[in-house]
Design a binder for this molecule. Structure first.
Ligand code: DQA
Length: 146
């Protein structure tokens, strides 16, 4: 099983970006932790990050048929991008949404996710470890439904 890990805008700056909100782990740290969990679960990972909405959509198109599921932190596009949700539904790629911060405890404009209605589930507010919970949850759900 191959799982895509897709990160959106500004997440390349993790580690130095508002660490009081997003923590001190870099995206490389997060992907290294995910690689360990993937090895434990016996799955392969493909990782990608883009600051560009259309590039994220192109990545999902390229992953159609190549990955069995995606863990996605779409950053601020979470709250705005119907196009990204359409890319998930158009490619039929099952996904779990993850946010480092608890978006529901932040500004009102972060309370709505354009992606959530199409997701298997969401992890929010649990920091970098949330990515690992999201990966475990996604793989469990995919194996359950296989
Ligand atoms: C985020 C939350 C979003 O509201 C924000 O725009 C991000 C990061 C998170 O991981 O907590 O870029 O997705």
């Amino acid at each position: 099983m191959i799982i895509g890990i897709l990160n959106g805008p500004n997440l390349n700056l993790l580690g130095t970006r508002e660490p009081h909100i997003y923590g001190s782990a870099t995206l490389d740290d997060i992907n290294a932790g995910l690689a360990q969990v993937a090895a434990e679960l016996g799955v392969e990972l493909q990782t990608a990050q883009s600051n560009v909405e259309g590039t994220m959509i192109d990545i999902l198109h390229a992953w159609r048929g190549a990955v069995q599921g995606v863990v996605v932190n779409a950053g601020a596009y979470t709250h705005t991008s119907l196009a990204l949700r359409d890319a998930f539904t158009a490619t039929s790629i099952p996904f779990v949404e993850i946010h480092l911060s608890n978006v529901y405890a932040r500004e009102p404009e972060r309370h709505h996710s354009m992606l959530a209605s199409a997701a298997i589930g969401s992890v929010t507010g649990l920091g970098a470890e949330g990515y690992e919970f999201a990966l475990r949850g996604l793989v469990s759900a995919l194996r359950r439904n296989a």
